[in-house]
Design a protein around this ligand. Structure first.
Ligand code: CAA
Length: 287
């Protein structure tokens, strides 16, 4: 059973705001931290909208929704969250940025707090080098988008992660209504090592004219029972995020099969990043 009462979530993007909401609806207080006030405002609006929808659909009472929202504190400074007994980083996939954030987390949170990262592909062992002797409390806790809906948490131990840190992560994931599944610390872990080549191949099939993008997706939706076609999913994840994960896989595993398809690279260069920019493979209307 998890004893975690409050968590600090560093980064208020799609993943961070999903993690803080899921904590709050599970009865855990959440400090939602981001250097950008605009990003925090966006996260708060997402929280209020999602809880409001749950009330409308009678999946939650207004009292419970209000209580969940009241459990989230929005902060631009990590120091205000130092009482949290858990911290999870959900910033962009950039190793130098993550190391900086981990140094700050190590200095801010008490010695018993676990320092987790929601990285989707970067080595936990590498991130943990930022905190020196505290590496035993660093772990990968990889959530999936949309966090409130997706059941999986991929749990990744770095070389120095302790058994206690691992067990506490498993317990917290369960307390948040998730199913924790272990994976080892190799680039992309299991989820993205398997998912990204599938997405990349869909781009290659499109580039080679095997089928139109909507037909590639329709084939995978109807023929393989995917909830979203691979190209729609790429837009949903973010084409830049897919590209960056593929580059981590390519560099770390040294296999050209992971190198991003030229068409994917071109869309990213053109700023067509998917849902978040209003256009990616498909057009969602200008943002
Ligand atoms: N936040 C909260 N709830 C959300 C949501 C969000 N962002 N998006 C959808 N939902 C909820 C809806 O409110 C709805 O709830 P109810 O059942 O209570 O009505 C439910 O999810 C289903 O949504 P919809 O009816 O609108 O649409 P859908 O049935 O098409 O489902 C989906 C949407 C859940 C996103 C589904 O299409 C799906 O599962 N897609 C695949 C998602 C996926 O593969 N995610 C993993 C991406 S990889 C990743 O995240 C990790 C990485 O490292 C890249």
């Amino acid at each position: 059973m998890s004893t975690v009462k409050s968590i600090a979530v560093i980064g208020a993007g799609t993943m961070g705001s999903g993690i803080s909401l899921t904590a709050a609806t599970s009865g855990i207080s959440a400090f939602q931290i981001d250097v950008s006030q605009a990003q925090l405002d966006k996260a708060k609006a997402y929280h209020a909208k999602t809880l409001g929808r749950s009330v409308e659909k009678q999946k939650m009472t207004q009292v419970d929704a209000d209580a969940a929202l009241a459990r989230i504190t929005y902060l631009t400074d990590m120091a205000g969250a130092k009482a949290a007994d858990w911290a999870v980083e959900a910033a962009t996939e950039n190793i130098e940025l993550k190391k900086k954030i981990f140094q700050a987390m190590n200095a801010t949170f008490g010695p018993n707090a676990v320092l987790a990262t929601n990285t989707s592909s970067i080595s936990i062992t590498d991130i943990a080098t930022a905190v020196g002797a505290s590496a035993s409390r660093v772990i990968g806790m990889h959530f999936f988008n949309p966090v409130p809906i997706m059941k999986l948490v991929e749990v990744i131990k770095g070389l120095a992660t302790s058994e206690e840190t691992t067990q506490r992560t498993i317990d917290l994931a369960k307390a948040m209504g998730k199913t924790p599944v272990p994976a080892n610390d190799r680039a992309g872990f299991v989820s993205n090592r398997v998912l990204m080549p599938l997405i990349n191949e869909a781009f290659h099939a499109w580039m080679e004219g095997v089928a139109k993008p909507e037909d590639i997706d329709q084939i995978m939706l109807l023929g393989c029972n995917f909830p979203m076609g691979p190209l729609r999913l790429a837009d949903f994840i973010g084409l830049d995020v897919c590209h960056d994960i593929m580059m981590v896989l390519y560099r770390e595993l040294g296999n050209p099969k992971f190198f991003p398809c030229p068409l994917l690279r071109q869309l990213v260069q053109a700023g067509r990043l998917g849902d978040k920019s209003g256009r990616g493979v498909f057009d969602y209307g200008k943002k």
